[in-house]
Ligand binder design. Structure first.
Ligand code: EPZ
Length: 420
């Protein structure tokens, strides 16, 4: 198992290319199951989650080939049953259920497990698929689904913490081959959902309203192959923007889409960080003292939960009190105790973390627990005096392409080492 050694205190400077979005490419790969024709996806990041999804598609009978950042997918013949262990290990794999049901009218996939950030139920996914006509039972750890008749209808997908991102894509991918019109109400508006809809429309689907809470899908008889370029990863972009601010640096994010980052950039500006658009690039620069800000995570276009931990790391460096409230996932504060090892002062009160910032951080061995928590520890380590060792960085490899290379190109003193 690898860990990352970080000698902190170096301001990041230079340009970083933002990779394709993990949370768009995973459901888009699953969507290729909807046709027997070849699909070509460009801008695919080299991440362990992407390789994992590739293995899952192969376990269903699809062909998956990679050439640089291009994936060629061909689900000429597919089975409705995938590898139990593979599927249960990655939460994102749940989004094969909709496409399999849509194409084969039957599917048997293992229940995705929960993870450290929360129990992660899939009741809304199943509710939506049942309303389209699927008969669904849970047996021996499997979701067993069949839909002799699959008919468009109105589906309300709002849950106790708002819409569901993968649930919206899953139901949308099932509905494209259903008879008649499906209207998803309280749909997730994330850019990744819009990108999935764009890919499906390129395959011949008829989807309107993606990006709004109401998505209308008119079922078609079949879909064809398509070629698509994935949107850039707004969470990766936000992570590098915050790392620039935390290290008193100046970083240009090449290929980021500012229109996907409004809530994050707005909070960074409120904290005193300079954010400039230069052509298609976005430059983030730390000029002077940071100001404490309060953040509440919300569904898109609100502040993303996937940037909460990174923003907390920045607020530990900011003199004053900041309140960070997590409204999407019950237990997404695993990074708090590890940031405390670097010297941060954070108290948890229910869904909020009260950050007493400003005390300089000092390097220490810390443990990654999940993808975004590990990104926060890397930011803390980059800003801290001395040496930080972030252990279990396989969490980072799930969602950040060549993070240590990219940081080194920005001047950071980081090294990937095998843990002894
Ligand atoms: C997606 O997860 C992302 N993952 C997550 O990113 C992201 O944090 C999340 O959306 C929210 O933005 C991928 O796209 C692969 P949800 P998803 O369903 O779709 C509750 C990362 O770091 N809920 O929108 O699984 C759920 O418990 C990952 O890249 C139900 O109650 O999230 C949560 O509280 C982590 N029932 C809320 O809704 C359901 O059936 C939002 O979850 C589904 C969800």
């Amino acid at each position: 198992m690898d860990s990352l050694l970080i000698k902190g205190g170096v301001p990041l400077h230079g340009e970083v290319n933002i990779s394709g979005a993990k949370n768009a490419v995973l459901p888009i790969m699953a969507a290729s199951l909807l046709t027997s024709e070849t699909c070509i996806i460009h801008g695919v990041p080299d991440l362990s989650d992407v390789s994992f999804m590739g293995e899952i598609l192969r376990s269903l009978g699809a062909e998956v080939a990679r050439d640089g950042d291009t994936l060629t997918l061909a689900a000429t013949k597919v089975r409705g049953v995938g590898d139990y262990d593979l599927i249960r290990k990655m939460r994102g794999s749940i989004c094969i259920l909709g496409p399999l049901l849509g194409r084969l009218r039957k599917a048997r996939v293992s229940l995705p497990g929960g993870c450290v950030i929360g129990p992660r139920p899939i009741d809304l996914h199943l509710k939506g698929l049942k309303e389209l006509g699927a008969k669904i039972t849970i047996e021996e750890g499997y979701i067993r689904a069949s839909a002799p008749k699959f008919c468009g209808t109105d589906v309300f997908l709002g849950g106790r913490s708002g819409p569901t991102v993968l649930g919206t894509s899953n139901v949308m991918m099932a509905a494209v081959l259903a008879e008649g019109v499906t209207v998803i109400q309280s749909a997730a508006c994330e850019p990744e959902v819009v990108d999935v809809a764009a890919f499906l429309n390129a395959m011949g689907a008829r989807i309107n309203g993606a990006g709004s809470p109401t998505i209308t899908i008119t079922g078609v008889g079949q879909l064809h192959g398509a070629e698509h370029r994935v949107i850039p990863d707004r969470i990766e972009a936000a992570t590098y923007a915050i790392a620039a601010a935390a290290t008193r640096g100046e970083v240009t994010l090449q290929g980021a889409r500012p229109e996907h980052l409004h809530a994050v950039l707005d909070k960074l500006r409120e904290a005193g960080v300079k954010v400039e658009r230069r052509g298609t690039a976005l430059t983030v620069r730390r000029a002077g003292r940071l100001r404490p800000v309060d953040v509440t995570t919300l569904p898109y276009a609100g502040f993303p939960t996937d940037v909460q931990a990174q923003m907390m790391a920045l607020m530990t460096l900011t003199p004053g009190i900041s309140i960070i409230t997590e409204r999407i996932f019950e237990s997404r504060f695993m990074h708090v105790s590890e940031l405390a090892r670097l010297g941060a002062e954070i108290a948890i009160e229910g869904p909020s973390a009260i950050v007493k910032g400003g005390r300089p951080l000092s390097g220490a061995p810390v443990m990654a627990s999940d993808l975004r928590a590990s990104a926060a520890l890397v930011i803390g380590g980059l800003a801290a005096r001395g040496l930080t060792q972030v252990k279990r960085i396989y969490h980072l490899d799930r969602g950040y392409e060549r993070l240590d290379d990219k940081l080194r190109n920005l001047g950071a003193r980081v090294e990937r080492v095998e843990e002894t």
